[in-house]
Design a protein around this ligand. Structure first.
Ligand SMILES: Nc1ncnc2c1ncn2[C@@H]1O[C@H](COP(=O)(O)OP(=O)(O)OP(=O)(O)O)[C@@H](O)[C@H]1O
Ligand SMILES: [Mg+2]
Length: 235
């Protein structure tokens, strides 16, 4: 079993989008449809106290994976590895106000307790970054102050790249990640209006229609899941 935590202190980089859609494609592959009563081996956990809480609350019981909203249940969070029958857990985290460059652990406060609890049980951290310089500093702080000091395995993934913008910002972002020596996913999650609309409507990529654009939009999440190697059954 594996716990994947989606983390970046910058707001709006796609943490929630990536957590729920990775859960969706993993469940799509691992759910055993021959038994309609079988329980999904995939769970998505939100520790965001506000942000997407409405989205999550509305979707409970209506998705092909388990949903857990547990930002204030530290005991439960510290036992994420022991969820019966679960092979993959994706944790959606809030953006948070980190300390300035004072060397302190930005997760020092009591309100960061949930984040610390899930990082304690994480196998891997997924760090979304957008192809724009504004997301460089928060990403650097997230990796240097939070992920590296804990010795966690991590991978950076570029999200929300619009091919119509050309490759200048994309390449600048790739170069920035590589110059820092961070592991970078080969998959770039492209910008599709469909994703923006779907999260407003509470849909996940596996529920998209099967037209060409929707299939392209889904493909990025299947590709990224393939890179993360989550389809083989980690039991
Ligand atoms: N690849 C994408 N294509 C289109 N829209 C996207 C994509 N990724 C994210 N978005 C949209 O960008 C907005 C922010 O994404 P999301 O809520 O997933 O970010 P977040 O990191 O969880 O934000 P927060 O820190 O506020 O929790 C949402 O409206 C979402 O639908
Ligand atoms: Mg979010």
């Amino acid at each position: 079993m594996a716990v994947h935590v989606v983390l970046n202190q910058k707001g709006g980089v796609g943490k929630s989008t990536i957590a729920v859609n990775l859960a969706a494609v993993t469940a799509d592959v691992l759910n055993h449809s021959d038994d309609p009563d079988a329980s999904s081996p995939v769970a998505a956990v939100s520790i965001d106290p506000q942000g997407s809480a409405v989205w999550w609350a509305e979707r409970i019981d209506d998705l092909p994976f388990h949903i857990v909203q547990a930002h204030d249940d530290i005991t439960r969070l510290s036992q994420l590895r022991d969820l019966p029958g679960i092979q993959h857990v994706y944790v959606d985290t809030p953006g948070w106000i980190g300390n300035a460059d004072d060397g302190a652990d930005p997760l020092g406060g009591a309100d960061q307790e949930a984040l610390r609890a899930v990082l304690d049980v994480a196998d891997q951290v997924i760090v979304p970054i957008e192809p724009e310089p504004l997301s460089f500093d928060p990403t650097t702080r997230t990796i240097n102050k939070v992920i590296k000091p804990r010795g966690l395995r991590y991978i950076v993934v570029i999200n929300n790249w619009d091919p119509r913008d050309g490759t200048y910002d994309l390449n600048e972002t790739k170069d920035f990640v590589k110059a820092n020596g961070w592991p970078l996913a080969h998959t770039v999650i492209r910008h599709y209006k469909l994703h923006t609309r779907a999260s407003a409507d509470g849909h996940v990529v596996t529920e998209y229609p099967t037209n060409r654009v929707a299939l392209q939009a889904r493909e990025d999440f299947y590709r990224f899941a393939l890179e993360l190697n989550v389809g083989g059954g980690a039991r």
